[in-house]
Design a protein around this ligand. Structure first.
Ligand code: APR
Ligand code: ZN
Length: 251
């Protein structure tokens, strides 16, 4: 894939690269995004019924069944060439990855992830005493209607997924790490925004913060998004196509 010269020059010359990824990063691994037409999770499931503390309080088995399916799916798929390209880029440049994704595909491709802004599907904890759950949960290969959550050994409470639901605060450490990484950006650095619709804050506000620090903001997405207009460059392509081309151009 041919990339615009200024994009290659910006990444080649960058002292530091901050990468912000969203669901599109994992799409080519077979993990559905949230808002893509037809395939998006929020096109087929109601987030108010599955991704809020009230939904969990109302009916833990209904909510857990959905996450037990998503966790089964994430364990079943593999990192794609885009994940692998970012891991390789980090061997040539100072790369910091912050992600909105709750899968562990960056890590399984060999990347270190500085922050999981929306938590992690693979981290389970007690909804009552917050004790981490390190047992082997019953998962489901299909999105079944109901599945009893695991039980906390410490207090008997229900075990929930370690993801951030709508209305919940983001993990303080993840936000602090991300904002520090952005504040450390200088003119000549690059902020690579891959596979996000740029709708959900605070993550959606991070490209503008990187811009304000003087970084060159480059979007990788097949389509225009809410943040396209603020980017210096918008590469219309997929993560698994664009990122390997970018890494081979700068390595
Ligand atoms: N490569 C790159 N981008 C892609 C690809 C791909 N192969 N396929 C789809 N995309 C793009 C879509 O065009 C879209 O802009 O990825 C983006 C996915 O957007 P969303 O589904 O809204 O996902 P995201 O931006 O990560 O959502 C943010 O919303 O529901 C919450 O917590 C959830 O973390 C999520 C947050
Ligand atoms: Zn407990």
């Amino acid at each position: 894939m041919d990339l615009p010269g200024p994009v290659v020059a910006a990444v080649r010359g960058a002292r530091r690269i901050l990468v912000l990824t969203g669901a599109g990063m994992s799409a080519e691994s077979g993990v559905p995004t949230f808002r893509d037409a037809q395939s998006g999770l929020w096109e087929n499931f109601d987030p108010s019924q599955l991704a809020t503390p009230d939904a969990w309080a109302d009916d833990p088995p209904f909510v857990w069944a959905w996450y037990a399916w998503r966790l089964h799916l994430v364990r079943d798929v593999a990192p794609n060439a885009g994940h692998r390209a970012l891991a390789e880029l980090a061997t040539h440049r100072d790369v910091t990855i912050v992600t909105q994704n709750v899968d562990d595909l960056h890590e399984r491709a060999g990347s270190e992830v500085a922050a999981h802004l929306h938590g992690s599907l693979t981290e389970l904890r007690c909804a009552d005493c917050h004790e981490p759950y390190d047992g082997e949960p019953t998962l489901s290969p299909e999105p079944v209607k109901r599945l009893d959550p695991e039980t906390c050994a410490a207090c008997g409470g229900d075990v929930r997924p370690g993801v951030v639901w709508f209305g919940e605060m983001l993990p303080e450490a993840a936000v602090a790490t991300t904002e520090a990484a952005i504040e450390a950006l200088e003119p000549g650095d690059v902020c690579l925004v891959v596979g996000t619709s740029g709708i959900v804050f605070p993550a959606a506000g991070y490209p503008a913060m990187a811009l304000a620090e003087g970084a060159t903001v480059i979007e990788v997405n097949p389509v225009d998004t809410d943040i396209t207009d603020m980017c210096h460059h918008a590469i219309r392509g997929t993560a698994a196509n664009v990122l390997p081309a970018l890494v081979s151009a700068v390595a």
